[in-house]
Design a binder for this molecule. Structure first.
Ligand code: AMP
Length: 286
């Protein structure tokens, strides 16, 4: 496995693979890799001849008061995990490599970014779309892998690829959880032991919502109210949002009459965590 820091090195390597007729999968990450990321790498290694991962904490997708500086980083650990999972190339650029002086082009999206994380994090998806579009242009993969953990991100990327006629396939992978249910996240390292216990309220609320959907409840307010009441039993939790949205448009819906996404964001102390389920993944009626 190689680790490279420049766009030119990535291009040269991919060009050499292409000459040999190899297919290429891409897994974009911000590093501090865990089993959630590993599941994406495994899927890519399974589907493609070669797998590239990017490890880049993208400044453009962080708001001014967010955790860009404190975001955990450990390239040695990431390299060991990636190698163990059969990754062929790590692209680990400095911000200056991705955003040269005078950088002034952006990929922006309306509608799908208006709700959920887009509402709480106004610059986030412009940063995500721009960096992911750049990575697609740099690597030119056949397939790229994203986790359902970031469900709105997955929908936004699919939409961008469709809108802008990008020539690759987007693969969505299931959420990987800790044994007790907490969705794996690099940000879980921010939690102290008391907060780590409190954070279980997210997956418990998700399990409750999924159960209501399975039992045939179709009133979105009834579902989200029950989930909010559950989260409010945890003193360390502060709700950012609990919403049911159309799975394709990310717009709120009153009744479950189409495939939907139930998504939550909850602060545990100062750490903002997210979790979700797609109704079609939990045996919902539609
Ligand atoms: P990040 O490094 O947090 O930007 O995540 C990189 C990719 O890994 C994104 O597509 C995430 O959705 C995915 N990912 C992160 N955590 C998980 C998880 N627990 N299960 C599945 N995918 C995940």
């Amino acid at each position: 496995m190689k680790i490279v820091t420049t766009i030119q090195e990535v291009r040269e390597q991919v060009k050499a693979w292409r000459k040999e007729g190899q297919t290429v999968g891409l897994v974009p990450t911000m590093g501090y890799l865990h089993e959630g990321h590993a599941s994406l790498m495994d899927a890519s290694v399974r589907d493609n001849d070669k797998t590239v991962i990017s490890v880049f904490v993208n400044p453009m997708q962080f708001g001014p008061t967010e955790d860009l500086e404190s975001y955990p980083r450990d390239l040695a650990h990431d390299a060991a995990l990636a190698e163990a999972h059969g990754v062929d190339l790590i692209f680990h650029p400095e911000p200056e490599e991705m955003y040269h002086e005078g950088f002034s082009s952006f990929v922006d999206m309306t509608v799908l970014t208006e709700e959920l994380c887009g509402l709480s994090r106004p610059v986030h998806f412009r940063g995500v779309c721009t960096v992911v579009a750049k990575l697609f242009n740099i690597v030119q993969p056949d397939k790229a892998y994203f986790g359902k953990k970031d469900a709105q991100q997955l929908a936004v990327i699919r939409h961008m690829v469709d809108d802008l006629n990008m020539n690759l396939e987007i693969i969505g992978c299931p959420i990987v959880r800790e044994e007790d249910g907490l969705a794996k996240s690099s940000r879980n390292t921010y939690l102290n032991p008391e907060e780590r216990k409190a954070a279980l309220i997210l997956s418990q609320a998700i399990a409750l919502g999924a159960e209501l959907v399975r039992r045939g409840e179709t009133d979105c307010k009834a579902i989200t109210d029950a989930m909010k009441t559950k989260i409010e039993t945890e003193p360390l939790a502060r709700i950012d949002y609990v919403k049911l949205v159309d799975a394709a448009t990310m717009q709120q819906i009153p009744v479950l009459d189409r495939p939907a996404l139930c998504a939550i964001a909850v602060f545990i102390g100062r750490t903002r965590l997210i979790d979700n389920f797609f109704t079609e993944d939990v045996g919902g009626a539609v």
